[in-house]
Every structure is written in structure tokens, then in C-alpha cells.
Design a protein around this ligand. Structure first.
Ligand SMILES: NC(=O)C1=CN([C@@H]2O[C@H](COP(=O)(O)OP(=O)(O)OC[C@H]3O[C@@H](n4cnc5c(N)ncnc54)[C@H](OP(=O)(O)O)[C@@H]3O)[C@@H](O)[C@H]2O)C=CC1
Ligand SMILES: O=C(CO)COP(=O)(O)O
Length: 343
């Protein structure tokens, strides 16, 4: 175990990534509370130190305390990790904001979720700053990168980016998370890191879909590379550094998500490619598929910003407009010929 100065911190979300992140932090010597809304699951975490539904291969550090009480979870926490689906961040953050206003602590707010909010099109850092009043809000840090929970549970070597407008806050998160199997890099490009993490989920649905249809490695490489170009093209319109998209939260996460059967987004796409209806896939996945709502948000954002994102748009058309997959791919191949680099 990597013993550090013990801090009390809270992880909101007892799903696959929340459970594994809580375990990493507890093994680093910190006092960790994990909050979930499913009483049975929290009881299992406290009794057996396992989470058999979400992450069966994880044996959690025994010091982790599970609770279904949000007040208890946030009280006295030096940092609050948001590890719930993007669409649930705002309502939970608003409750957290109200509780912090009562208790008066001012924790770091760390998002480990990846997506864009439907309707508002907001990134998670924006949701957190809108929902939690400034006097009780510490710095916002985004923790993102190639990190399937199943592999981190096995202590596979994993690298992430901690991004914050405040370099010291990013460095603080780097310090609390790093150990002999987690290596964390810092960044101040919050927008780029968040957009990379959100958009790679959309592209991963496409990677799964082409696999399900029977296409091979050339097609996968084409999709990933041109998908990365779309991500960067949108990102620069929002002031992101294009180099961020070649980093862990862009290319790195695109690789892991587009090439692994652990990815829920990839699996959703694969099943679409094999002809299963989206509603059935989502109803039986048992875990969040962030790329589905984010595809809708990216579709609207790209239209608003006049950014050409044909792959993301094709995935949107398939998910939301019932456009046949094969016909959509054929249409992508019929697009006008153009240079490769066209920012
Ligand atoms: N899994 C992974 O490998 C990684 C995931 N991420 C990101 O982390 C985020 C969470 O993903 P992950 O842990 O995999 O998701 P899971 O589907 O495994 O778990 C989601 C968790 O969030 C809880 N939840 C959902 N809605 C609410 C709500 N309104 N209030 C409180 N809790 C809620 C669920 O509770 P309940 O069981 O009651 O529904 C469940 O515990 C996503 O944005 C994902 O992209 C990032 C890196 C790696
Ligand atoms: O973000 C992830 C890995 O870095 C998890 O991806 P999925 O949600 O597709 O499983």
C-alpha cells in the first residue's frame, strides 16, 4: 500500500468506475466514503467489500465506508468525486450544493464522468460551477483518460489526465491519485480534456457498429483517425488546444474505448451492427452508455458552431433518426473528396 497523509474524501456513484476509484484512493491511504442510492449494493460494499453487479472482479479495500446518505457523504470531505452518469450530475450537484451551504466545507470538485448534458449541451465542469455556489466550491478538476474500471481493478498500469484551470488543483489531484499502478499527468485545458472524453464515447459506438457489421481493422483505423479529427475540429472552436486531443484524454481514450470489449459504448455499437434495436440494448446493458445522449448533444453543438462532424452525425442519425447503418456508411463514403488536414 502507498501510504500518504490521510484525507477524508467522498466518491459519489457506486457503479463500476466509482467503486474502482474509491478503491484506488483507499489503497493510497485516504479515508473514503462511497455514496450510492441502492441500499442493497451499499450493504454489500460494507459487508463483503464487493460490488457484484457492477464490477465483479474488484475486491474493495476494507476501509471504504458505503452510505446512501448524501449528507453523511459530503460532510467534512476534502474532495468530492462525481462518478455518476452525466445526465445525473446536475440534480445530484444541486443537492450537494445545498448540503455544502449548510455544512460550510469547501471541497475540491472532481469529475470522473465523461459526457455532455442533453438540452443544455454543457460540459460537466460547467454543470458543477452552475449548481454549487461559489463560496462552498473548491476548484473543479476533471480526471479523464484511458481507464476501463475492469483493468484498474486488476491494478493494470493506467494513465490519466487531471485538468483544472488552477494548476495547483490539478497537481493536488495528481498527488492523491498517483501510486505504483496509476500515473497521472496534469493539464490546464479543461475544455479539451472534457470534450475528448465525451466525444470518444460517440466514436466508440461507431467502432462497435462497424465490428458488428463485419468490417475489419482498416475501417476501425479510419473511423478512429477521422473521429479524432472531428473531436479536435469541434474542440478548437471552443478554445481547446488541438494537442490535447493527441493526449490521454483524446487519442488515448479513443484507443481503449474503440478497441476493447470492456467498453459499454463499443458493445452498444456492436449490438447495433448485429441488428439489435437500441431500446433493447440500453434496457439490457445494466450500465450507462454515455455516447447515446452525448451523440445528440454533439449533433446540436456541431450544427450551432458550423463544424463538420460527419462521423458523429452519422452515429446520431442511426441512434435518433432510425437511419439504416449500412446505408449511412455508404453515404459517408460518397462524400466529396477533400484534403486530409482541413482545420
Ligand atoms: N466504467 C468505466 O470503466 C469508466 C467510466 N467512466 C465514466 O464514469 C461515469 C460513471 O460510469 P460507471 O461507473 O461506469 O457507470 P455505471 O453504469 O457502472 O454506474 C453508474 C452509477 O451511477 C449511479 N447513478 C445513476 N444515476 C444516479 C443518480 N441520479 N443519483 C445517484 N447515483 C446515480 C448508479 O446507481 P444505480 O445502480 O442506483 O442506478 C450507479 O451506481 C460515466 O460518465 C462514465 O463514462 C470513466 C472512466 C472509466
Ligand atoms: O471511459 C471509459 C474508459 O476510459 C469507459 O468507456 P465505456 O463507458 O465505453 O465503457
Amino acid at each position: 500500500m502507498n501510504v500518504k497523509h490521510q484525507l477524508r474524501m467522498t466518491v459519489l456513484g457506486s457503479g463500476s468506475w466509482g467503486s474502482v476509484l474509491a478503491d484506488v484512493l483507499a489503497r493510497n491511504g485516504h479515508a473514503i466514503t462511497i455514496y450510492g442510492r441502492n441500499a442493497q449494493e451499499i450493504a454489500e460494499i460494507n459487508r463483503d467489500h464487493t460490488n457484484s453487479h457492477y464490477i465483479p472482479n474488484l475486491q474493495m479495500d476494507e476501509s471504504i465506508v458505503g452510505t446512501t446518505d448524501l449528507r453523511e457523504a459530503v460532510q467534512g470531505a476534502a474532495a468530492i468525486f462525481f462518478v455518476i452518469p452525466t445526465q445525473a450530475i446536475r440534480p445530484v450537484a444541486e443537492k450537494v450544493g445545498a448540503l455544502l451551504s449548510e455544512t460550510g466545507n469547501r471541497p475540491f470538485l472532481i469529475s470522473a464522468a465523461k459526457g455532455l448534458e442533453e438540452g443544455t449541451l454543457d460540459r460537466i465542469s460547467q454543470i458543477l460551477t452552475q449548481s454549487i455556489p461559489q463560496p462552498v466550491r473548491g476548484d473543479v478538476v476533471i480526471l479523464s483518460g484511458p481507464s476501463h474500471a475492469e483493468d484498474v481493478a486488476k491494478h493494470d498500469i493506467t494513465t490519466l489526465t487531471a485538468a483544472s484551470e488552477n494548476e495547483d488543483a490539478a497537481a493536488w489531484v495528481q498527488w492523491i491519485v498517483m501510486n505504483d499502478y496509476m500515473r497521472i499527468y496534469t493539464s490546464t485545458d479543461v475544455t479539451g480534456v472534457e470534450l475528448g472524453g465525451a466525444i470518444k464515447n460517440v466514436i466508440a459506438i461507431g467502432a462497435g457498429a462497424i465490428h458488428g457489421l463485419g468490417y475489419g481493422d482498416n475501417t476501425k483505423a479510419a473511423l478512429m483517425t477521422r473521429g479524432l479529427a472531428e473531436m479536435a475540429r469541434l474542440g478548437v472552436q471552443f478554445g481547446a488546444d488541438p494537442l490535447t486531443f493527441s493526449g490521454l484524454s483524446g487519442l488515448g481514450d479513443l484507443i481503449v474505448t474503440c478497441t476493447s470489449t470492456n467498453s459499454r459504448n463499443w458493445r452498444c455499437g456492436d449490438r447495433l451492427g448485429r441488428g439489435e434495436p437500441l431500446e433493447h440494448i440500453l434496457a439490457t446493458m445494466g450500465m450507462v452508455v454515455e455516447g447515446v445522449p452525448t451523440a445528440q448533444a454533439v449533433h446540436t453543438l456541431s450544427a450551432q458552431m458550423h463544424v463538420d462532424m460527419p462521423i458523429c452525425d452519422t452515429i446520431y442519425q442511426v441512434l435518433y433518426r432510425d437511419r439504416p447503418l449500412q446505408e449511412s456508411i455508404d453515404a459517408l463514403m460518397q462524400r466529396i473528396a477533400k484534403p486530409e488536414i482541413d482545420f
